[in-house]
Ligand binder design. Structure first.
Ligand code: LLP
Length: 410
C-alpha cells in the first residue's frame, strides 16, 4: 500500500467522502510510469482505470493511451490527449458504426483484431493508420478468462492469417504502422518472454510480403505482487528481451523501429485501495462472516476470477485486536459477493485482526480493474474516487446518486 496512505489519512478520507471510496496515490502512478522509461512508448491500457484525472496524470508523465471503445476514446480526448497523431490508439476486434465514425473523425489509428475491421475501416477511410493485433497461437493469464492468446481466444488475427490481413491493408490503401501482440493479463514471465521471438517471425513475414512497418508493440500483461512474497517483474530484463527482438526486427526491415509497451495493471494496480466500512458480523457454522459496505459491484475481481487482494483493518477505536479467521463479504444479494474466495467460488477465510462493526476494511492493490469494472448491480450508485497527491487530497469523481440512475428511465 502507498506510504502516503497512513491509517489516519484514510480514516479522514472515509469520514469526509463516505464509504465505499476508492483512494489513489499519484506518487505511486508516477513511479510506476518512470520505471518503464526504457521503452520508446508506454501506452496505458486505460480499461484498467479510465478516470480522466488519472489519464491526465499519466499524460503528464509522457504516457500515451490505448482505447478499446468509443467511450474510452472520448475519455482520452477529455483528458487532453490529442487526436490525429499516435497519442491515442483504438484496439478492438470489431468496429460498430458509431465507433467507426469516431475513429475516422478524430483520425485515431486502429489496432485491428479482425480482418473485417480492416475492410470496414478501409471502405470508410482510405489511408487510415493501422496496427495489426496478432494472436500468436499461445497465451497466458492469471485466469483462463484473461488469457488472450491461443485458439480459445476471440482476440487478435490468428497468426497464419497475417497474409490475408496484409492483403486487406493493400487492397484499401491503409497504412501499416506496426504489429502488436497481447497474450494475456497477469502473464507469467516464461510466457511473456516468448512473445518477442514470435514478433520477429511476423515482422519477417510482413517484410517478405512487401510491407514496411515502423513499430512493434509488446502489449501489456505485466503483473504486480498481489501477495506478500510474489516476485516483482524485472523490468530491465524484460526490456532487454524486447530490445533484442527489436534489433532482430530492425535488421529485417532495414531501419529503426519504435518499441511500445501497453500496460494497464502495472501502472495503476498498486496505487489505490478500496475503503469499506464493516457493518455487520455473524457466524454461519464454522465460518465467521464480516460484512462490509462494498460489494462485487465495486471490486469484481475476487468474484470474477478468485483474485487475491491483501486487506488491512483500521480500527474505529484504538486497542489491540486478536487475530481471527474471517470471511469478508459485501452487501449484495448474491452468495458470490465475497472478497475472500477461490477461483471456484469457495470461501477462503483470511486471518485478520478481527474486524468489528465501525472499523474500516482496506482492500489493497485495487487501482487496476477496480473502479473501471464497477457496476450498478442491486441499484447501487457508483462510488466516489479520491486522488492523494503529496499533501493534497482531491475528489476526482463524486458519488453517483440513485436519482441519476432513475433519470435514465424517466
Ligand atoms: N492491451 C490489450 C489489448 C488488452 O486487452 C489488455 C487487457 C491490456 C493491454 C492490459 O493488460 P494488463 O497490462 O493490465 O495486464 N479484468 C482483468 C484483466 C483484463 C485485462 C483485459 N485486457 C483483471 O481484473 O485482472
Amino acid at each position: 500500500m502507498p506510504t502516503a496512505f497512513t491509517p489516519e489519512r484514510l480514516a479522514r478520507i472515509a469520514a469526509e467522502h463516505g464509504t465505499p471510496v476508492w483512494v489513489y496515490d499519484a506518487a505511486t502512478i508516477r513511479a510506476q510510469a518512470a520505471s518503464l522509461r526504457a521503452f520508446d512508448v508506454v501506452r496505458f491500457a486505460q480499461k484498467a482505470c479510465s478516470n480522466t484525472h488519472v489519464l491526465r496524470l499519466l499524460r503528464e508523465q509522457g504516457v500515451k493511451v490505448d482505447a478499446v471503445s468509443r467511450g474510452e476514446i472520448l475519455r482520452a480526448l477529455a483528458a487532453g490527449y490529442t487526436p490525429g497523431g499516435d497519442e491515442i490508439v483504438f484496439t478492438a476486434d470489431l468496429l460498430d458504426a458509431a465507433t467507426l465514425a469516431t475513429v475516422v473523425e478524430h483520425r485515431i489509428p486502429v489496432n485491428a483484431g479482425s480482418i473485417d475491421m480492416l475492410h470496414q475501416l478501409g471502405a470508410a477511410s482510405k489511408g487510415h493508420k493501422v496496427w495489426l493485433r496478432i494472436n500468436p497461437g499461445f497465451g497466458h493469464g492469471h485466469s483462463q478468462k484473461t488469457n488472450t492468446g491461443g485458439e480459445h481466444s476471440k482476440h487478435g488475427i490468428w497468426h497464419t492469417e497475417l497474409p490475408a490481413a496484409l492483403a486487406a491493408i493493400r487492397q484499401h490503401g491503409l497504412v501499416l504502422e506496426g504489429l502488436h501482440m497481447h497474450i494475456g493479463s497477469g502473464v507469467d514471465y516464461t510466457h511473456l518472454a516468448q512473445v518477442g521471438g514470435a514478433m520477429v517471425g511476423l515482422v519477417r513475414q510482413a517484410v517478405e510480403a512487401g510491407h514496411d512497418l515502423h513499430a512493434i508493440s509488446a502489449g501489456g500483461g505485466l503483473s504486480i505482487p498481489y501477495r506478500a512474497g510474489d516476485a516483482r517483474i524485472d523490468v530491465p530484463h524484460y526490456f532487454q528481451l524486447w530490445d533484442a527482438a527489436r534489433q532482430e526486427a530492425q535488421a529485417i526491415v532495414g531501419h529503426a523501429l519504435t518499441l511500445e509497451l501497453e500496460p494497464g495493471r502495472y501502472l495503476v494496480a498498486e496505487s489505490a485501495v478500496l475503503l469499506a466500512e464493516v457493518r455487520a458480523a455473524k457466524n454461519a457454522g464454522s465460518n465467521r462472516f464480516v460484512l462490509v459496505d462494498a460489494g462485487f459491484n465495486e471490486l469484481m475481481r475476487p468474484s470474477m476470477y478468485g483474485s487475491y487482494h491483501a486487506m488491512s483493518v483500521i480500527p474505529r477505536s484504538p486497542g489491540a485486536r486478536p487475530e481471527r479467521e474471517v470471511v469478508v463479504a459485501g452487501p449484495l444479494c448474491e452468495s458470490g459477493d465475497v472478497f475472500t474466495q477461490g477461483a471456484g467460488g469457495e470461501v477462503l477465510p483470511r486471518r485478520l485482526p478481527e474486524p468489528v462493526v465501525g472499523d474500516l476494511l482496506v482492500l489493497h492493490d485495487a487501482g487496476a480493474y477496480g473502479a473501471s469494472m464497477s457496476s450498478n448491480y442491486n441499484s447501487r450508485p457508483l462510488v466516489a474516487e479520491v486522488l492523494v497527491d503529496g499533501e493534497q487530497t482531491r475528489l476526482i469523481r463524486r458519488r453517483q446518486t440513485v436519482d441519476e440512475l432513475l433519470a435514465l428511465e424517466a
